[in-house]
Design a protein around this ligand. Structure first.
Ligand SMILES: [Zn+2]
Length: 143
């Protein structure tokens, strides 16, 4: 006969329908209860969930913002990117260092294709770049 492992139910843990809890892993050494039923660890679990939830939200926010950008193929796309970056810096979605890096990549991209630009397009792009620089300068540094 195989030896039966102790369960949370042995120490008094009950599930929602009042049956002994069958969980046999992660039992507390002091109470013998599982993570779900150990009052000592319920607060700890709540805090972990809160931190995990926040990290997920931050990540999602960043992801959705990037997903909203069009693929970078035309100068019109570059303009959208520049405007969105300026907006993102001002609203605190990305920090100034990131904005500076992306802005530099964008201006390199634009420079590499400058021959294909009309005067009108060039002026609009330079205007958008100026906006990014101003947004980066004006945004107060956050700790
Ligand atoms: Zn349990």
């Amino acid at each position: 006969m195989t030896e039966r492992k102790p369960t949370c139910g042995d120490a008094g843990g009950r599930n929602a329908s009042g049956e002994p809890c069958g969980c046999d892993w992660g039992l507390s050494e002091s109470t013998g209860l599982c993570v779900t039923h150990d009052p000592e660890r319920i607060e700890q679990r709540r805090q972990i969930a809160a931190v995990g939830g926040k990290a997920r939200t931050d990540k999602l926010d960043k992801f959705e913002w990037q997903a909203a950008l069009p693929p970078l193929r035309t100068h019109a796309d570059a303009r959208v990117w520049q405007e969105e970056i300026a907006r993102a810096v001002l609203s605190g979605k990305i920090d100034r260092k990131d904005a500076g890096t992306v802005g530099k990549i964008l201006s390199d991209w634009v420079k590499a294709r400058e021959g294909e630009l009309t005067i009108d397009e060039l002026e609009k792009l330079q205007d958008a770049q100026k906006k990014i620089r101003e947004a980066s300068r004006n945004r107060p540094r956050v700790a």
